[in-house]
Design a protein. Structure first.
Lengths: 280, 252, 305
């Protein structure tokens, strides 16, 4: 009898060790990738690198200013579209649960969340690039559509957690509905909505596939949003697969910068959610 | 009747098919404190929320009949205007967590985007907090968040917030049921002062409280207004057997 | 403030209320319109291919744009092979994380640290994984391939699957963690009271109780794997021909639906070619959407019980 209990306990302990081993081993690839990118990338980054466009093929030097400016512009324009639409749609979903429109748009949010980014890229190609040509705007629209589900869901979840008494208090003071939402409900859920927005930006800033056939890429520093524009992930993709070592170096540097953006945005989200104890 | 402020005539309210307020007729006079009593689920809250048209905000909720503020039909008035004129205080204190004490008091102005000079606002804040017997306790921390106050202070802050709009009538839905005895008695004392200026309608489960603060009492039973009379009369010699049973504790 | 001014204000605010409500509805209708637009665009643009190639397109074995021959079979095989290989590799790890964070160590700094690190795995852009693997993992795989006597391409289905496996772990792991945390403690305590060990409780109470939820997590991971584009495009070797033996298919270069679109869309120079590519996009859309919706449905049903 004692022996059997001993065996069962040993089994339990072995299983636990095995689980702990598997769980922590997963962090290895991430750590290896991060360290490698930092090691390769950090040497590339200097003022020259940030302020110059790539040197012509086969030549040394140059930088990624075009991709940096392009990424910021493209992501900025996406946010300009996706944040207001996403917040308002999220408000609708949390305020009108059970309506037909809420059901279908909730379903469509779920669908959008699962659409592969490459598919978004080709669809926006037909919507905008085919009639108007390659442009930063078309890339922004593809990315905005990818931002929407995250902004909508985080807004909806945040607002659903607010106590109904808050809304009643405002309504009983004769505050009209739009002001109740915009001046009371949204400010009270501000932290949650904000962290959703930051998370969605972190998600799209590294997206490459939707930009392949929309913003395309460009070797020049351009702020013309109706023309083709370079971006960090697209630059990494083109130079990663090029045969020139100098271009690989640019890509490592760009990867480092992109990684820093993503890390910082994720950490900021974490800090916000921790400070205000939100669950996303 | 010169003195009537709120009057309901054959008033009915529903949640979907659930007939919750049945044919209620009542006249409430100026500067009176009216207690509304009755067993749980009898429609007290619903009736109260019909008076300032908060009832209709719940999906599926409907109402029918006449409800007047003075001589104006409330249900043809602008609901936003109705709620300026008829303030409300809830069961749980609900100050706005994103606003300071100061801003909570003037929330009705601020949230409505009403342009009021700063000096007037200061004035309103001081007057309202004084009327709500809170001024002395918070005058040095007006710019702290309202949620830092104790439960009883928060409830008085909510009362100040309602007073600040200079309403005719203030509705209270079990205003002390979430408070400790000391806070309760400080809120009860307030009622005596408030009815000098306003008409008060208070839903309460606490019979002692009704006896202490109200001039008249309305007794509801399964959606009907069974009896409405002077509080003293009601507690000493109720005319309806259901009221009597309730008062003597045969059911709750 | 006098009565009239307040009344006027109330009326203008009532108007704004209506407008605001209208705007909210329109914004949420936009989502429906976008999804409908995506679907319609995909169907319309792939119509030439659907019409002229028919359903046989899906199992046509040859993809030869030069001679105008289009068959999707190589990409279906490539997609399924990479995704399921990645899934099989990832499942033990996802489950281990879920069990560790859900049951063994649900609170505390170590648990938080691991949880945040796992979330970070999903945050790193896929192109960065692809780039890194191309320069670090590919040479390793190449020398491995030499040892086991297959053509040492380095790039290919196997390499792509390895990277994909890491990338999809967070999805199933996060869901699994929260589901395991939701197991009612009376259930577990009942088993402990009967003298069960931790392992026995996990095996015979927690895992059966969370089975359908964990399955939904796997579906979400699978949905990610099927649609993942950039890392795979960089690593899979981009060959549309199918090798003869399974070993060569598995270790050799290939293509997935997503990677062939990424590679050839820009150079598709005639209508049928382009249309055939978009039909791949349409198939990909349907498959990922259905898998995701089933996963979400299971989760909602599970969390409502
Ligand atoms: N939001 C709602 N939706 C549907 N039915 C409701 C809703 N609120 C209340 N009811 C129903 O209306 C009836 C009256 O409820 P009401 O809240 O007015 O009672 P009450 O007298 O205030 O009770 P209590 O003393 O418990 O506060 C109840 O039968 C209740 O089930
Ligand atoms: Mg009530």
């Amino acid at each position: 009898m004692d022996a059997r209990i001993g065996i069962r306990n040993t089994k339990s302990i072995l299983f636990k060790s095995f689980i702990i081993f598997l769980a922590f081993v997963v962090t290895l690839p991430l750590i290896i990738v991060l360290l490698y990118i930092i090691k390769q990338g950090v040497m590339q980054v200097n003022w020259h690198f940030l302020t110059h466009v790539p040197a012509p093929e086969g030549e040394k030097g140059g930088g990624i200013a075009n991709a940096l400016v392009g990424s910021l512009l493209i992501v900025g324009m996406s946010s300009l579209v996706a944040i207001p639409v996403g917040i308002l749609a999220g408000i609708y979903l949390s305020e009108n649960p059970g309506t037909k429109l809420a059901y279908y748009s909730g379903l469509c949010v779920d669908i959008l969340q699962g659409v592969p980014s490459i598919v978004m890229g080709i669809v926006v190609y037909f919507w905008i690039v085919k009639p108007f040509g390659f442009s930063a705007i078309s890339g922004s629209i593809a990315l905005a559509i990818m931002m929407l589900p995250i902004v909508i869901r985080s807004t909806e979840q945040t607002l659903l957690l607010l106590p109904p008494s808050l809304k009643e208090a405002a309504l009983s003071l004769g505050v009209p509905y739009h002001r109740v939402i915009l001046k009371v409900i949204v400010p009270c859920g501000f932290a949650g909505i904000l962290s959703g927005i930051i998370l969605s930006i972190a998600r799209i800033i590294g997206e490459t596939a939707p930009l392949l056939f929309t913003a395309l890429g460009s070797n020049y520093l351009s702020t013309n949003v109706t023309g083709a524009m370079e971006s960090l992930p697209h630059l990494i993709f083109t130079y990663a697969t090029s045969p020139y070592d100098d271009q690989h170096d640019l890509a490592w540097g760009a990867s480092f910068i992109l990684l820093m953006f993503v890390l910082i945005l994720n950490i900021v989200t974490k800090l916000i959610t921790r400070k205000w104890k939100i669950q996303l | 009747m010169e003195n009537t402020v709120v009057s309901a005539t054959n008033f009915n309210a529903w949640f979907g098919d659930n007939h919750v307020v049945k044919d209620v007729t009542i006249n409430i006079e100026k500067n009176q404190c009216v207690a509304v009593m009755g067993p749980s689920g009898c429609g007290k809250t619903t009736f109260l929320r019909c008076i300032n048209r908060m009832h209709e905000l719940i999906p599926g909720a409907t109402a029918k009949g006449s409800m007047k503020l003075y001589s104006d039909e409330i249900y043809t008035m602008n609901p936003i205007y109705v709620r300026y004129k008829i303030g409300m205080v809830f069961q749980r204190p609900n100050p706005f967590p994103n606003l300071s004490i100061y801003d909570n008091v003037i929330a009705g102005y601020k949230l409505n985007g009403l342009k009021v000079p700063k000096a007037d606002l200061d004035n309103i804040v001081q007057k309202s907090l004084t009327s709500a017997a809170l001024w002395n306790e918070v005058k040095d921390s007006l710019h702290k968040k309202g949620t830092f106050l104790s439960g009883g202070q928060q409830q008085r802050l909510c009362i100040a917030r309602a007073i600040a709009m200079e309403p005719e009538v203030i509705l209270f839905d079990e205003p002390t049921s979430a408070l400790d005895p000391i806070s309760t008695s400080s809120v009860e004392q307030l009622f005596h002062e408030l009815k000098e200026k306003y008409t008060l309608i208070i839903v309460t489960h606490n019979m002692q409280q009704a006896a202490r603060v109200s001039d008249k009492t309305a007794f509801f039973y399964v959606g009907e207004l069974v009896e409405f009379d002077d509080t003293k009369q009601m507690f000493t010699a109720p005319s309806d057997v259901r009221t009597q049973n309730y008062i003597t504790g045969r059911f709750s | 403030m006098d009565k009239n001014k307040r009344l006027d204000l109330s009326y203008s605010q009532m108007k704004w209320e209506t407008i605001f409500k209208r705007i909210l509805s329109v914004m949420s209708a936009i989502i429906v319109i976008v999804v409908a637009g995506v679907l319609i665009t995909l169907v319309v643009e792939s119509w030439p291919s659907i019409k002229s190639l028919g359903i046989g397109y899906l199992w046509g074995k040859v993809w030869d744009p030069v001679n105008n021959i289009y068959g999707a079979y190589p990409f279906l095989i490539g997609t399924l092979l990479t995704s399921f290989t990645a899934l099989i590799i990832s499942i033990p790890f996802s489950y281990a994380i879920a069990i560790y964070l859900g049951e063994y160590n649900p609170k505390g700094w170590l648990s938080d640290l691991l949880k945040n690190t796992i979330e970070l795995i999903a945050a790193v852009p896929s192109i960065i994984y692809g780039f890194w693997a191309l320069f670090v993992l590919v040479p390793v795989v190449r020398s491995l391939e030499t040892k086991i006597h297959v053509a040492p391409y380095g790039v290919g289905v196997f390499t792509a699957s390895l990277v994909l496996a890491v990338m999809i772990i967070p999805y199933a792991a996060a869901l699994g963690t929260s589901l395991i945390r939701m197991v009612p403690s009376p259930l577990k305590e009942g088993a402990y009271a009967l003298g069960a060990t931790r392992f026995e409780v996990i095996r015979s109470v927690i895992l059966p109780y969370t089975r359908s939820g964990l399955f939904a997590g796997i579906l979400l991971s699978l949905g990610r794997a099927l649609g993942e584009t950039m890392a795979v495009t960089v690593l899979i070797g981009n060959t549309s021909a199918i090798a003869n033996t399974f070993k060569d298919i598995f270790f050799g270069p290939g293509n997935t639906m997503a990677s062939v679109i990424a590679n050839e869309f820009a150079e598709a120079d005639h209508a049928l070619y382009l249309s055939a590519l978009i039909e791949l996009g349409l198939v990909l859309f349907f498959v990922t959407v259905i898998i995701n919706l089933i996963g979400k449905r299971i989760i909602t049903r599970y969390t409502n019980n």
